[in-house]
Design a protein around this ligand. Structure first.
Ligand code: ATR
Length: 278
């Protein structure tokens, strides 16, 4: 009897914590199955995805730099994936490759878990960055009614392309606009790689933010980024990005292994231990 095996596809992929999450759930739920790291070079990704089932996989996650390639390879893409133009979760149905983007869901579930149901109705948000992670974040924020959403990026052209994709509620901006925009920002999100271990620090003066602003960072290595430290120093609510990683994993697990897993403090502690050991 063969057991279902899923994988995380990336290049490189050695750093991925997804196997820890899925193996934790498999064990917790007493299910047979496995989840492995699968390095695939960019020039091989299309051929690899075409034969995912033949390679013995029931599906998998897709990480950097393959999320757009997986979007292009899939026969069917869910609404979130269509909106974002990139996918992170794959499964096979009737021999077809089906894809979803669960990053937006993970982003919202993390905030909901930490601060209660997030209602952005008529509240301005600012998103730092304009890459794939920013697209998933903007789509999530639009779904909860945040308005307007300022997309602040070093390369203004990318912010403009992103804004065009999502419509008039999304407004491109430069870093030099940030002090002014922060005065009305109720939710500030960092989607850039700044502040991540090995990357330059993200330096933003949070002084202009209103007292009830929430600050969240998609970076979770380190768990307490400079941005979150600065937010806490100002007594603002600060939410780290680890919960997004945990929550985005749940829908894929359910597809591949048949049971809906839950994000628990025990799972968080298990993954956090690997971050703190780094
Ligand atoms: P992802 O798909 O994970 O979002 P990405 O498309 O590489 O990754 O986007 C990375 C984001 O971090 C971009 O917004 C990038 O800004 P540019 O579009 O100007 O490149 C931002 N970023 C990375 N390094 C940066 C730096 N040193 N200063 C400012 N922004 C930076």
């Amino acid at each position: 009897m063969t057991i279902p095996v899923a994988c995380v596809i990336g290049w490189p992929v050695a750093h991925s914590r997804s196997p820890i999450i899925h193996r934790f759930w498999l064990q917790e739920l007493g299910l047979s199955g496995d989840y492995v790291r699968q390095p695939v070079a960019p020039e091989e990704i299309q051929a690899f995805l075409k034969n995912l089932a033949e390679r013995g996989y029931v599906g998998g996650n897709v990480t950097v730099p393959h999320k757009e390639a997986a979007f292009a390879a899939a026969t069917e893409v869910d609404a979130a994936g269509q909106a974002v133009g990139a996918v992170n979760t794959l499964w096979i149905d009737g021999g077809q490759l089906i894809a979803s983007n669960t990053d937006s869901l993970g982003f919202l579930a993390n905030l909901d878990e930490k601060i209660g149901p997030v209602d952005g109705s008529g509240r301005p948000a600012s998103v730092l960055g304009a890459g794939g992670a920013a697209r998933a974040t903007v789509w999530a924020l639009l779904s909860r009614g945040f308005e307007p959403i300022h997309v602040v990026n070093r390369t203004i052209d990318r912010a403009e392309v992103l804004a065009t994709r999502f419509g008039k509620s999304v407004r491109p901006a430069s870093w030099s606009d940030l002090p002014r925009l922060l005065r009305e920002t109720k939710l500030l999100v960092n989607t850039t790689s700044l502040g991540m271990v090995g990357q330059p620090e993200l330096v933003v003066d949070l002084a202009p933010l209103p007292e009830d602003a929430i600050v969240t960072d998609l970076v979770y290595v380190p768990i307490e980024t400079g941005l979150l430290r600065a937010a806490r120093a100002r007594r603002l609510v600060a939410v780290d990005g680890l919960g997004m990683l945990l929550h985005q994993a749940a829908p894929g697990f359910e597809r591949w292994f048949g049971k809906r897993p839950t994000v628990t403090p025990e799972l968080r502690a298990a993954v956090l231990a690997t971050i703190e050991a780094q």
